[in-house]
Structures are given as C-alpha cells and as structure tokens.
Unconditional design. Structure first.
Length: 136
C-alpha cells in the first residue's frame, strides 16, 4: 500500500500553523531517600494515628510517599474502623472446617464456626483452596 492511498502526501511540508516548537525538558525532582529517623517516626506514629499523624511528623513528605513507605514496611493503621492486627494465617483446623462445612451450607453455615473471620475472609480462603458449595 502507498501513502497516497490514505490521502497522505509524503512530499508535503507542514504549514506554519502545524509546526510547533519542542517543549522544554521537565525538571526532575531530586530523590530524597528515607532516613532511619523518618522510618523510626513512621513506625512509631502511623499505627495509632494513620496518615494524618504521619503527615504532621513528616510535613515534607507527600501522602503518596508516606503510603508507599508504609506499604513497603508492612505497617497497618488501627485508626480506621475496628483495630486490625497483622494478617492471620489460616490454621489447619480452620481449613478443615471450611472443607467439611462450606460445601454443605456456604458462608452462613461456616460463619458461626469461625469467629473473627469476616465473610470476605471465608470466601477468599475457599476460593484459594478450591472449596466450592455443592449444588442444591
């Protein structure tokens, strides 16, 4: 196929209104590495006060920067809703309950047997372990 078939003239020069000057290069912000003091402050303040407390202690850091570092450090905030601890692994006893009871009655049957586990926790554990409800 030729360019002329698409209505494009390869010899044509762009008009003055079509030409633009190249934009100036953007300035890059300098990378500020986290100091041990900043990380220690984040570990101390974030679990109880969340992003607001961390922002007060680290005013020169953006919210996004704080969130990324918190995620890398594995910290969790206890200020949203109910307090959360570290993620709990599923015990073999809990998995056995899921394998035997979930196929028979679903989440409604399993929920009373697994206190402290949300419906979403139960559903995800069943999905990860290939546990399905029996057809009725």
């Amino acid at each position: 196929m030729k360019l002329s078939e698409f209505g494009i003239d390869p010899q044509r020069q762009p008009a003055a209104s079509e030409q633009r000057e190249p934009s100036p290069p953007r300035e890059k912000r300098p990378v500020r590495h986290w100091t041990t003091a900043e990380i220690a402050a984040l570990r101390e303040v974030y679990p109880d006060g969340g992003i607001k407390a961390a922002r007060e202690w680290l005013p020169h850091r953006s919210d996004q920067s704080i969130r990324m570092r918190v995620m890398q450090l594995g910290l969790r905030s206890r200020c949203k809703g109910k307090p959360r601890g570290p993620k709990q692994s599923w015990t073999t006893e809990e998995l056995n309950i899921l394998k035997t009871e979930y196929p028979l009655g679903g989440i409604a049957r399993v929920r009373p047997l697994l206190p402290g586990r949300t419906d979403n926790n139960i559903y995800q554990a069943c999905f990860r372990n290939g546990i399905r409800r029996l057809p009725e």
